[in-house]
Ligand binder design. Structure first.
Ligand SMILES: C[S@@+](CC[C@H](N)C(=O)[O-])C[C@H]1O[C@@H](n2cnc3c(N)ncnc32)[C@H](O)[C@@H]1O
Length: 345
């Protein structure tokens, strides 16, 4: 969304960026921008009059860059929406639906006794701060490039005076370090039931990188741990399926040096997750997201989400439970056999 070559954050944050080697990693610069763009879209979505389709992330306007804050303050929402719909169709509404869906699952997990939250590629995710009154005793680990984290901390300190003590920033470059290594160095506790959030990141990663994350969770996280993550259709990644907004998004990602490379066929996702140690709780399609989160008071859908992204919510398979479920099924089969045998007799 930002013009190539501009990097307002670095200008804005000369001091905090000392620890970020400016020439070292262009990928990090681009990632910092993509996190900022997501945050900005959420901020604009908070301006919706109709609360049913409003983005609930009320902190996003204070976490985005100065340049975007200016746009937020002066550009009328309708003008902005039609501009974004032309340049990056479906992006604006996608962020509203995704935020609402992940918020809903996050709050359910908290009510159901989750003890830790790990946010992978957290960017300007604000859940740790928006819901701080519900998070006492729960640790939140935010994983991202150190550059994104330095900016976020600076903006949060300005906003809240201090970073809440239950939030732990864990720097990582997913391409060079595993989450296993970085979490082990932090005070992440593998024995605690954990909820993992992985929003808007998988499409940029290799299947190997994705497997490492899923394998770590399924093999190390405590029972009843779960993950919500989104992924692209494989046909979109392969260029065979190009719905509204698809070409613009793929082109932008490519130009930004972060091409979309990972996707799965929707009907293979349950098997994909099962083979990696998970069982599906829900699997929302683009139409599901629109129906659930973008229906206005007048009953109409306010806009489309990305037509090539699905959202998975899955829990780590508990081997004991699986065995007992299978045993239960075996028992049902036995009873069924017994009944049919009796009928025959
Ligand atoms: C599209 S943004 C999404 C951010 C956030 N999850 C959200 O929904 O607003 C992608 C995030 O992944 C992070 N990211 C991308 N590649 C990364 C990498 N190799 N290592 C660490 N973080 C990375 C970026 O810094 C950015 O915060």
């Amino acid at each position: 969304m930002e013009k190539p070559g501009t990097n307002l954050e670095k200008y804005e944050n000369k001091d905090v960026d000392k620890d970020v080697d400016k020439d070292k990693d262009k990928n990090e610069d681009k990632a910092i921008k993509s996190a900022n763009s997501c945050c900005f879209l959420r901020a604009m979505g908070t301006l919706e009059k109709d609360e049913l389709v409003r983005n609930p992330d009320y902190l996003s306007k204070d976490l985005t860059s100065l340049k975007f804050k200016l746009v937020y303050n002066i550009i009328p929402l309708n003008f902005f929406k039609s501009f974004v719909e032309k340049r990056f169709p479906t992006s604006y509404h996608h962020l509203i639906a995704r935020t609402k869906h992940v918020d809903k699952i996050f709050l359910e997990e908290i009510s159901n006794g989750v003890e830790q939250v790990v946010i992978l590629g957290a960017g300007y995710d604000s859940r740790a701060y928006r819901f701080s009154d519900r998070l006492s005793g729960i640790r939140l680990f935010e994983l991202d490039f150190p550059g994104t984290q330095a900016l976020k901390k600076k903006r949060l300190k300005k906003l809240l005076n201090k970073i809440p003590e239950n939030v732990v920033y864990v720097p990582i470059d997913f391409t060079t370090r595993t989450i296993e290594d970085v979490l082990k160095e932090s005070d992440y506790d593998a024995k605690k039931r954990t909820f993992f959030i992985w929003e808007g990141v998988s499409m940029y990663l290799t299947e190997t990188a994705i497997d490492l994350v899923l394998k770590f969770i399924s093999e190390n996280a405590a029972s009843n741990s779960s993950i919500v993550w989104d992924y692209a259709y494989k046909s979109f990644i392969d260029g065979e399926y190009m719905p509204k907004g698809g070409p613009e998004a793929a082109d932008h990602a490519k130009k930004n040096g972060e091409p979309y490379i990972f996707g799965v066929k929707r009907d293979e996702m349950a098997g994909f997750m099962k083979s990696r140690g998970f069982e599906m709780i829900s699997h929302l399609s683009p139409k599901d997201l629109e129906n659930l989160y973008l229906r206005r008071k007048d009953g109409k859908i306010d806009g489309n989400v990305h037509q090539y992204i699905n959202v998975v919510y899955a829990k780590v398979r508990n081997e004991d439970e699986i065995t007992s479920t299978n045993r239960h099924k075996d028992l049902e089969l036995d009873l069924f056999d017994l009944k049919t045998q009796k009928q025959k007799e």
